[in-house]
Design a protein around this ligand. Structure first.
Ligand code: SAM
Length: 289
């Protein structure tokens, strides 16, 4: 699967300097972070933790971990992709508040929404800090942004303000499955659905999310929310072992009868090592006829 065009120009604020030994060394504008990456099981070309200029490293321990700081750095800063601006902040579970590889999918949905030439409504589930939400809104869509974590929904709002997007987004703090059931009862319709479900998760009232048992029921429920003229249904997953074809089969089964086309692909990021690409997950995009 080819990366989206002009990666280096469009992500000038983000680079993977090197990878290997279970870690990736990243440049986020002018801050250098070293984070664990379970996929990077090849040897690193050099000792990543002794890289000159390294600001902070996330050290895993037990089920969690912590950030170690080596050089002075701001508590948070911003990176830009096209007209969008995102706050980056070292957080728990090695998170920074953004998944840069998703720009591949942002580019695709922006193209689809702009090409539709009509007002498109998008339901974005497990929407986190708003990467896909802002991409859709920047293309002119109305977006319903749903996530269980209040802090992440608030961050999405801040990212929208930083990106000069002041309307068109409805922010919902809720369990995705419960919200979809409520929207079905209310008779709501959407032209497009995006979801980026984690392997395990919790709704705001402790509802349990497990991708293996929850994904198909959620996709088939969300399919009931599709408008008379649906545009696309996009699923991304970081779950190890969930192959692109699994996601494609789920979409083709849940959307049987629509006669659309589904493209499934591995999501990767280039590294400055040239011969290495970092695998980041899998996506499938169903485009309606
Ligand atoms: C991996 S992140 C999504 C990444 C994001 N879409 C992106 O590309 O930047 C998973 C998100 O799912 C949310 N989440 C987990 N379980 C949930 C549930 N049951 N209902 C709603 N959101 C949930 C978490 O709060 C988290 O923000």
């Amino acid at each position: 699967m080819a990366l989206f065009m002009n990666y280096n120009e469009e992500w000038s604020d983000y680079k993977i300097i090197a990878s290997g030994g279970g870690e990736k060394l990243e440049l986020w504008k002018d801050i250098i972070l070293l984070r664990p990456d379970p996929q990077a099981i090849w040897p690193a070309a050099f000792n990543l933790s002794s890289y000159k200029g390294l600001h902070a490293r996330y050290i895993k321990s037990g089920g969690g971990g912590n950030w170690e700081y080596y050089l002075p750095m701001p508590p948070q800063w911003t990176v830009s992709w096209r007209s969008l601006n995102f706050i980056i902040k070292p957080m728990g579970f090695k998170h920074t508040g953004l998944f840069p590889e998703q720009a591949l999918n942002w580019d695709k949905v922006i193209t689809l929404i702009k090409g539709a030439d009509r007002k498109i409504s998008v339901l974005n589930l497990f929407a986190y800090t708003g990467g896909a939400t802002l991409a859709c809104a920047s293309a002119g869509a109305q977006v319903c942004h749903v996530d269980a974590a209040k802090a992440m929904v608030e961050r999405a709002g801040e990212n929208a303000r930083l990106s000069n997007i002041d309307s068109g987004i409805r922010y919902i703090i809720d369990d995705c499955f419960k919200f979809v059931q409520r929207e079905i009862k209310r008779g709501k319709k959407y032209d497009a659905v995006i979801m980026d479900p984690p392997s395990y998760g919790r709704g705001p009232s402790g509802e349990t999310w497990k991708i293996e048992s929850g994904l198909y029921p959620l996709v088939s429920s969300a399919a009931k929310l599709l408008s008379d003229k649906p545009l696309f249904f996009l699923i991304n997953s970081y779950t190890t072992g969930l192959q692109p074809t699994v996601i494609k089969n789920i979409l083709n089964t849940a959307l049987k009868g629509y006669g659309g086309t589904c493209d499934a692909y591995e999501v990767t990021l280039p590294t400055m090592e040239k011969t290495l690409q970092l695998p980041c997950g899998a996506s499938a995009l169903y485009i309606f006829k």
